[in-house]
Design a protein around this ligand. Structure first.
Ligand code: ZN
Length: 224
């Protein structure tokens, strides 16, 4: 096995999976999904479907049942209304209340442990700091530090690959089209915090970001 993809079932991780499969072939790629108490838990169902569609034999859904004991946020508690962060300066914003504290630290560590078991030295994650600067553990500086920490913890030369770190959502749509998975990503992923597949509820921050990127991408096609 060459690579493990952290597969949430949303646009970013599904496009990551397409990239990894193109590079290594489905037989050399494994996928891992986390059920951690998210209100849009339906995404794990879509992750399973996506793994099947891409011909992934090794797909694991791992339950983080303890997460809700440690913290809360608008993704864990459906009675909290989802609110986007506010822009503080050009490059900084307050985090949205959907931040799950330490999520990527947990997920990447768990995924790396499984990757080592499989002998896979590459770990894909669809994080981006371009669009979501309110999420501290989506930043490149965190990913590099986490990679170093995991290497030391496991004595294993894992490499964390973040293809979208500097991409906009419009760039991602263009990449999906180039990979021939545009329709699959557009219709069979769940990016929406309210768990509605495809274009989603249209109101939550995740939907707004997804749909704005899609519009931008479509505009760029017309401008050609
Ligand atoms: Zn939504």
């Amino acid at each position: 096995m060459k690579a493990v993809v952290v597969l949430s079932g949303g646009q970013d991780s599904a496009t990551c999976l397409a990239l990894a499969v193109k590079k290594y072939g489905a037989r050399e790629v494994a996928a891992i999904t986390f059920a951690y108490g998210q209100r849009h838990a339906v995404e794990t169902k879509f992750a399973k479907r996506l793994a099947k569609r891409f011909g992934i034999g090794a797909h694991k859904v791992v339950r983080f049942g303890f997460y809700k004991d440690l913290t809360t946020n608008a993704l864990f508690d459906p009675t909290i209304e989802i609110k986007d962060g506010r822009r503080k300066t050009k490059d900084a914003r307050t985090p949205p209340n959907t931040v799950v504290e330490g999520r990527n630290a947990f997920f990447l560590t768990a995924a790396a442990v499984w990757a080592k078991t499989l002998g896979a030295k590459v770990l894909y994650t669809g994080v981006s700091q371009t669009d979501f600067s309110g999420y501290p553990d989506c930043r490149a500086v965190f990913i590099r530090a986490q990679e170093k920490a995991i290497r030391l913890a496991l004595e294993f030369p894992i490499r964390i690959v973040t293809p979208f770190m500097k991409m906009t959502k419009a760039d991602e749509w263009a990449l999906a089209a180039k990979l021939g998975v545009f329709d699959l990503i557009a219709n069979e992923t769940v990016t929406c915090y309210n768990g509605i597949p495809g274009k989603g509820c249209g109101r939550c921050p995740a939907c707004k970001l997804r749909n704005r990127g899609l519009k931008e991408y479509e505009r760029s096609l017309r401008g050609r």
